[in-house]
Design a protein around this ligand. Sequence first.
Ligand SMILES: [Zn+2]
Length: 531
Amino acid sequence: MNRIVFFGELGSGKTTLAKKIANNLNCRVIEASKSVVFPISANFRTLPKEKYLLKKLSKISKKDASVSREIAKKTFLALKRKYSPDFIAKALHLLYVDTAPKDVKYLIFSGLRGLDNAKYCRLHNDLVVYLKSNKKDLVDRLCKDRGYTKELSVAEINEEQRLYKTKEIEEVADLVINTSSNNIIKASKQILSKLKNWRKMCKICVNTNSNPAIKFDKFEICHVCRSYKKNLDLKHLKKELDFLKTFKKKNRKYNVLVGISGGKDSTATLYTIKKMGFKPLAFTFNLGYLPETTIPRSKEIAKFLGVDHEVINIRKYIRKIDLDSYKKTVKLYEEPFNFETKKKFKKSYEIGRKHYSVKCNHSPVFVRTCQLCRRMVIRAYYGEAIKRNISAIILGINEWTNLSAAQKGKEYKVSGVRKLQPEKNKPPIYIFHLPFLLQRNSKNTKRILNKIKWRPPKGEDFIESNSNSCLYARSTERMAKRLLEFHPDSTRLAREVTVGFITKKQALKALGKIHPYKFSPRQVLKRAKIL
Ligand SMILES: [Zn+2]
């Protein structure tokens, strides 16, 4: 459900615009005063405990009640004092959002006041519209519409600003409209156009515009899908697959390493690589926060497929800068759930995206925890492969690794191979995304798994986000999703949709699932003996 909430100065045209938009969208306008303030004024002399009041409110808010402006104002201030400055927004969400039937597409809240209520609405993903006007227009309107004198109008406007910090709302609003320079038709057009681009999802994958890193073209296709379509060359992938096959010639005990997690993709990959005639050594990296079933299942699968397996502790790859990132990240996850934290999360997400490369020597917060683990994992791939004198690593990842420069010229191509070479005079290690190179889809994987009679463990779906396979990601999932307005793992699953490995529906189901978990990120790292 999309919600629009109108804030603005007294006389800026909130009610008129709310009604106009409601007409257009064929939806309800919920007046804060009529649904929250009046019924409370009429039913309570003294305010009870918040929980009790919120429970009662659903019954009394439906009855018509009207009280004088003075009493309403008193109640408003009492609510703010006794409970919290954002009580009204909270009550409205409880009454009309949490219990709304699924087919309600739009809802408009009007008559809310105050910066704190605006922040609450922004925190809960409403479209916050702020209407402003110059003072002269506001005064004129109050004189004309309400019959106030000029002095009274000025006094009322100043009083509102003092009580509700009206002007500061401009800083937090999603959309600011000047109703002095825009007439009602123009203003409503602005709102409807903003609404059209609100929560936009790529026509192909599941990327949304809540993620600041995703750009859309006029066909509503995200830049990731666009770039993939433009740079995909199946002949190039075929060449990469042929390159992988050259490692078969290496005549030693093992010629490839295969990363396994006990999950469906890596299981099918290990099976396939053996079928292809390689001599694999399977391995599972451990930083200390794998779900307890991962290692036993990996061992079991390797044994079942007749492949040697090693569990490799990669904690030694945590550098000082990584440890600092861990510390900063768990701290951010301890902040209160409010609008300020939401801003920090969004900002940190953008910064993390710029610094997740292994070559980067900064230690930022990583809201998306996988970006931090990646720093250790990539370096461990290299270190552990060199140690074992094996230069190809196979992973069961269903999407491309990067856009690699084609041999000649500056043309870039979608690639399923990543070359790791920390320094020019050191030997390279290659990482292959096998299912992608084979252009597999989830149906092919399912078929293989059926053949070897593999079943996902209880409670696990066929398609899952990383929170299923990592406890650190799991401990951050709920808060990250609520504050970022998108699942932190959505970009990865989006790529699996882009390449056609899974369907949009499968990805949305996986991203909609929150894995319950009782430990905080700090507790997870403490148990892993990292902190
Ligand atoms: Zn897309």
